[in-house]
Write a protein that binds this ligand. Structure first.
Ligand code: ADP
Ligand code: MG
Length: 393
């Protein structure tokens, strides 16, 4: 018999339950996390047979998560975990259509039987409806690239991350791969304790569940992996580390935005390879355009041209050239044009606020929002029916 897949979302006993269920013949634990938000993202990817949710969260949070998980994953049997034996929990279980309640503490025997019962009860339903199982949702890595400095890569990486987070409410992460002189976390005004160097030091223990503890958080909920605090640490970070970090990030986040340095270093190659879209940023001056051509030639050599999206930033800052000139020169269309906005950019840098926020209400912010909308997966396009996800956080 196939093992039933189990996801555990429990801020108290995730590890204990994982150990107890993981050692059995009947179950296979696809994820165990303390964080309901991450749990949701794992559920989307893994579509587990059973979800265990600890509902002893502050206020109404437990109830909200039970409702969200039960609505969004009707094919998974939901079991509520609690240490309280009040009637309220049973009521809630009934109300959200949970398959049962795990009243902790509980011995191994009863634990296994309760989870097994839920699997059995729902087996028939799963078989009947498996044809209708929701198409797996899409996850996306977006790289912001250019081999020229000062064109707005970091500004756009940050603003895109914030915009996508605000539009979708989903888990959005950003990585600063400008290993020598990155300033993504600084520009976000997000306090940070760890950097990519700390993850690399502990790379063998890195997993979806430990990842968040290394990340800085912007008030929008965007999570940021900063570049090393000291440039001399950059030498410790190799392409294979970046590859591993990206693979864990892309499992734990719906969207991963990658900011890159001004030079093409081999640590950026795994990101370019993983990317679904590569935003190549330029300004409209001759030097930038010459650089842009080289950039696109390089990406063409790497067979990545189909993923390239050209974005012009700071329109109006340097006069002379026209969008049409650029398009003719590159033989490619420009996806989005973002106007120069000196005042908002200054505020952004000095106050640590993303440009999309400091330029709110201006064409600059609207164009960045449009770009963010173009980057959304088809799941999240505004035309699709808004899901409960929008209510998260
Ligand atoms: N649309 C814009 N309008 C005005 N200034 C901008 C705009 N985008 C970026 N900047 C400014 O340009 C400078 C370089 O931006 P940055 O994002 O650090 O570039 P990069 O990461 O490519 O080196 C920063 O001072 C930033 O505030
Ligand atoms: Mg930069």
């Amino acid at each position: 018999m196939d093992k039933a897949s189990v996801l555990i979302i429990d801020h108290v006993s995730a590890n204990d339950l994982k150990e107890r269920l993981g050692k059995t013949q009947e179950f296979f634990v696809v994820g165990a996390t303390e964080n309901p938000d991450l749990g949701f993202t794992i559920a989307e990817r893994q579509q587990p047979d059973v979800i265990l949710l600890n509902i002893d969260l502050p206020g109404n949070e437990g109830t909200s998560w039970a409702e969200i998980l039960s609505m969004e994953f009707p094919m998974s049997s939901l079991l509520l975990v609690t240490t309280s034996d009040s009637k309220r929990v049973l009521h809630l279980a009934l109300q959200v259509g949970a398959k049962g309640v795990l009243n902790l503490p509980m011995d191994d025997d009863r634990l296994i039987r309760t989870v097994q019962k839920a699997v059995q009860q729902d087996k028939r339903r799963r078989e009947l409806f498996s044809v209708q199982r929701k198409v797996k949702p899409q996850f996306k890595t977006i790289v912001v690239f250019s081999t020229k400095g000062g064109v707005g890569k970091t500004t756009l990486s940050l603003s895109l991350g914030v915009a996508i987070r605000q539009m979708t409410g989903k888990r959005v992460g950003a990585i600063d791969l400008d290993l020598f002189s990155g300033n993504l976390a600084l520009m976000a005004g997000a306090p940070w304790k760890y950097s990519i160097k700390d993850i690399v030091d502990d790379i063998n223990n890195l997993d979806r569940e430990t990842l968040d503890s290394y990340l800085a958080e912007h008030p929008s909920g965007l999570k940021i992996l900063p570049s090393p605090m000291q440039p001399e640490f950059a030498g410790f970070i190799h392409a294979e580390h970046v590859e591993k970090i990206l693979s864990v990030m892309s499992e734990a986040f719906n969207y991963v935005i990658v900011d890159t340095p001004t030079y093409l270093h081999d640590t950026a190659v795994p990101a370019l390879a993983e990317a679904r879209e590569i935003i190549v940023v330029t300004t409209l001056d001759l030097a930038a355009i010459q650089n842009m051509k080289q950039c696109i030639d390089l990406l063409t050599t790497l067979a990545m041209k189909p993923k390239v999206r050209v974005v012009v930033n700071r329109l109006g800052y340097t006069g002379g050239l026209k969008i049409k000139d650029l398009e003719d020169e590159l033989g490619m269309k420009v996806l989005t044009v973002i106007p120069n906005n000196e005042k908002a950019a200054m505020d952004a840098v000095n106050l640590g606020i993303p440009l999309i926020t400091s330029a709110k209400g201006t064409l600059t912010a609207r164009r960045i929002e449009e770009l963010a909308t173009k980057m959304l997966t088809s799941d999240d396009q505004p035309t699709s029916v808004p899901g409960l996800r929008l209510a998260r956080r």
